[in-house]
Design a protein around this ligand. Structure first.
Ligand code: ADP
Ligand code: ADP
Length: 217
């Protein structure tokens, strides 16, 4: 299964991708996570991406395409993958299409998670991640309880992403409206789109997602 997750920042794409990719045994490829990893390691790609990410702007298309191309060409991607956060504009959608044609692969589904802006603002404002296991939590909707899954026996070491500041969040939403939202119609026209109500609880969204993809619970 080759899937793209589409929807506003904070709608819950990463949260749902973690469970589904594990169920389907396909890699969860988050371009945001790949970029943050490059940034942490201080690679040339990370340095190039830094200022864009901090401001909530899109990193240049060529930079992100390179990361995606490298990642979906690895052996563990041969049976499928779940792309989370890519493509984010029409240029990236065309680049992905070209790349898949070259690789003689096709996209099975684009899942669009629909949600109001008020709700994604609540979700982004309370988002926290663990420095050790990398899992995403929410101070109200998905609190970290129990020991960290990295196996230290301790609780998770939570932090707030620097691009989850109020200014960067508002900019990301603006960029989403302008650049990414047009992809909904683009993929609808290609009959690849399935729409899931992203405003429900994490469990309810997970059930709708599997139904929309024809997966038995
Ligand atoms: P969120 O979970 O809030 O949607 P992501 O983790 O997907 O955020 O992305 C974080 C940042 O990484 C984005 O604001 C952007 O700067 C950069 N980024 C991620 N994916 C892409 C992409 N496909 N094209 C350009 N920039 C990207
Ligand atoms: P995205 O990858 O689309 O940017 P995330 O998966 O990081 O979104 O989720 C954003 C925040 O919202 C996280 O704090 C997460 O725990 C929380 N969250 C995710 N899905 C839901 C949901 N259905 N209801 C409430 N909170 C959610």
């Amino acid at each position: 299964m080759r899937l793209v997750f589409l929807g506003p920042p904070g709608v819950g794409k990463g949260t749902q991708a973690a469970g589904l990719s594990s169920d389907l045994s396909i890699p969860h490829i988050s371009t945001g996570a790949l970029l943050r990893e490059a940034l942490d390691k201080g690679t040339p790609t990370g340095l190039e991406a830094k200022s864009f990410m901090e401001a909530g702007e899109l990193v240049p298309d060529t930079v992100v395409l390179r990361l995606v191309q490298e990642r979906i060409s690895r052996p563990d991607s041969s049976a499928g993958w779940l792309l989370d956060g890519y493509p984010r504009n029409l240029v990236q959608a065309a680049a992905l299409c070209e790349l898949l044609t070259e690789m003689q692969q096709s996209l099975d589904r684009v899942v669009y998670f629909e949600c109001s802006e008020a709700e994604v603002l609540r979700r982004l404002g309370g988002r926290r991640a663990c420095r050790n296991c990398g899992e995403t939590f929410h101070i109200e909707f998905a609190p970290a309880t129990g020991a960290c899954s990295a196996g230290s026996g301790e609780a998770c070491d939570l932090y707030q992403r620097s691009d989850d500041s109020e200014q960067a969040i508002l900019n990301r939403l603006e960029v989403y409206r302008r650049e990414t939202d047009p992809l909904v119609d683009h993929y609808r026209e290609q009959s690849a789109l399935v729409v899931v109500d992203g405003s429900a609880s994490i469990e309810a969204v997970s059930v709708s997602l599997r139904k929309a993809l024809g997966q038995t619970p």
